[in-house]
Each structure stands twice: as C-alpha cells, then as structure tokens.
Design a binder for this molecule. Sequence first.
Ligand code: GLA
Length: 479
Amino acid sequence: MADEFVPEIAFSDYEDQKRINVLKAKFFEIFSSDPEYYCRAPGRVNLIGEHIDYCGYGVLPMAIDQDILIAASKNGSSKLKLYNLNDKYGAQEVECSSFEIDKASPKWYHYFLCGYKGVIEKLNAKKNCKLFGLNVLVDGSVPPCAGLSSSSALVCASSLATMMPSGCKFTKLEMAELCQHCEKYIGTEGGGMDQSISFLAQKGKAKYVEFNPIRGTDVQIPLGGSFVIANCCVEMNKAATDHFNIRVAECRLAAQVLANQINLNWRDVKRLVDVQNLLNLSLEKCLKLVERHFHITEYSKEEICAALRVTEQELDEISLGPRSRHVKTFKLRQRAEHVYSESLRVLNFKDVCNKFSSSLSGNTKDSEGDVQIDASATLKRLGDLMNLSHRSCRDDYECSCKELDDLVHHSTSSGSLGCRLTGAGWGGCCVSLVEDDQLDDFIAKMKNYYKQKGFSDSVIEMSLFVSNPGQGAAIILNK
Ligand code: GLA
C-alpha cells in the first residue's frame, strides 16, 4: 500500500546476488570499508498516457526490472564522495553544504545531488538537520537517455540513500512527492509519473497513477499479452535540451488562452485539467472546445500577449520558464488536442483492463448471466489505443523522431497488436503489446531489423527485451 514505508529487505533477498556482491567488493576497493546499506529504485515503462502528467492527468506505467542500485555509508566528513561502477561516469567529491546542480550541462552525479538536497530540505522542515557526508557507489542497469526513466530512478535511489542514515522514515507517497519536487532542481518540469511508479510499483501490476495528491490504483493487464521494449538508440537527455520544457510551457499557454477565450479568469489556470475542472466538463467536451476556440496555425508570442492583455515580460514571468522564454511561436491547438485525447485513451485503456479482470472473476453480468470477455479482442483493443497514442505523440505533440517512428512501424508490421513511444520521446524506446503465442516470431523479426541497421548482438541484447511489471523501490540491509 502507498501509505506504507519503503520496504526494507535483507542483503540475501536481493534478487541479483552476483550484481550486489560486485558492487560491495568495488565499494570496499574504493573506500576500504563495507557499505552500511544499499538502496534500489526501478526505471519504468509508460504503457499509455504520455506528456499528460504535468497537465494534471492520470497515466498508466509499470516498473521494469532494471534499476539503480546504490551502496552507501556515512563517512563522518562533510563531503559527498560519489562514484559510479561504470567508468564512463567519472567520480566526483563535493562539499555537502556548497554544491551546485548544473542545469546547463547536467552530469550523472547532479541527479544524486537532487535527491540529497531534497531530503535534507525535507528533514530541515521537520527539525534542524546536521549535514552528513556519504560514501556512495552507484550501479545502473536502466538504459540511459532511453525514455525508461534512468534519471528519476537515480533521484529516487539517492533520496533513499540520504534518508536512511538520518533515522527518519517517510512513506512511499511522501518519497514520491519529495522526488517529484526535487528532480526540478535539474531544471526539467516533469509531472511526477516516474518517481511515483518507482516507489509505488508492485510486482505483477501496472498502476493507474493520479496526481495532486499522488494516488496509485492497480491495473491488471489481461493474460495472454506481453510488453516488449525496443530502443531506437537515439539518446535523448531531457534535462540537456529545451524540448521538454517547451512542451510544458505550450500546455500551460494552451490552458490559459482557452480559459481566456471562454471567459474564465486565465490567471487562475495553470494546467489543462484546471479548465476541465472549472467547467466540470467531460474530456470529449474539452476536445470540442479546443476545436472551436483554437486556430490550427501557430500562435505568435505577440498574439498570445494581446489575447491575455499582458506584456511579453509579464508573460515570461507568469507562464514561461527560463527554457521557454526564447520561443517565439507556439502550437496550442495540437498540444491541447493531444493532452485531452491521450487522457481519454488512458481512461479507456484502464476500463478495458478492468472489465476483463471483472469478467474473469464473474463480476460482469447482463440479463443472460455472466459475460465472458474475449481475451484476444481485449488485447486488440489495448493495442489500438496504443497505436492511436503514438500517432497523437508523433503528429500533434511532435515528440517522436524518425528512428523511433521507423521502429514503431516495424513493430506493427512484425505482428504487435499496438506500439507507441514511451517516456519523454525525441528518441529512446517504444513499447509493443504482443500476443504471447506471437512473441518468439515477433522478437526474431525485430532482431532482424536491428541487424539490418548494423547493430551488434550486444547492443541488440540491451535494446530489445520483454518486460513484466516489476517491484518498486527498496532499502537493502546487511542483515
Ligand atoms: C518524463 C517526465 C514525466 C512525463 C514523461 C512524458 O519522463 O519525467 O513526468 O512527463 O516524460 O510522459
């Protein structure tokens, strides 16, 4: 349950003993002592509901098995000594009281620092907390910059690694809220999906995650289908580019311009969900409003300022962020259309899954008695929703790229029921829904595609895998 504390497990219960022992040995080699504790936080794959969490809408992710695993100890100094098992990521030592989190060109350890800073601030809000130094060794198995949330997993694991020696305990929900907030120190305005699923996930279940406040409801994916993740191998680091924050700003502007058009006080509005709530409308009706009130062509900054009766400087302060102030034109209709229609697809996806589960437990009845819902037809319906979602991301939200679109296309022509980009996009992974009896054939065809593109066997191994819903974050103790 979400109001539980993050679980503590014994070292011997960690699933991958080889991996954790390698980490332990390397920690000893670097710091000449054993780690006092370990923390893990998983990455995630979002099944449906892209770029809508920061607009206030629910999403449907599941945790993957790949995670960030941290070995740590208090070191009695005022320094954070941050090492990574992968030599590619250089070591760094910083003073606990005076580090900077570089927003312009973030490095791996800046994500650790986000978690550290977030927890220390939270502890300070409770009681005065003396800063403490840590020895830290990080090992990541989540492919980086692939849309599987490696950076949020690092923030979640680092906040656990900081919370542990403080003696304080927070619930999974508190940790998720805290990490959603503190990842913003790196400069991206994410919506909270990644951190929520990393803490709330339970093995075997996807989650419908809602926000403000964060809530998670189990969703049972119908039996007979599997999710396959495939990486197009174009890396996208959302903190290092402006794409992500520009979309967040476009959604905010779309909400405010729409509110203004229909005579609401636009200054009360920050997200597209606010417009829906203020008017108490269905998502279908919101889509009609978008069609009626927005033109298809781009909006210039001057046009938006004139409509909202503000100067450019005021608009910069109220509606734009440091990474979107330079933008001169905005696509409002397309972004709003994506957000409202994607939110509707999430609800449909969840309902289709729930109906199937109820039919299995004999809870779906009509006048004739129990209604048997066909598993294949159910999976097909989910696949259709995923295909529609990808089209909307590609055409209206413009958060895909050619390599990813090609891979999605290849997935559907290799027999998947549906396929869509997952995560922020502009590169990274897609997720395909495949019927279990088609799985081997599908994987073989996808492997061929990678081979034709010239990828080596080891890259293919890392880039293409079946994923089942994994377990959420945990603390691992030397007991
Ligand atoms: C990133 C953000 C999430 C979400 C997705 C897009 O992963 O961190 O909050 O916005 O992109 O759905």
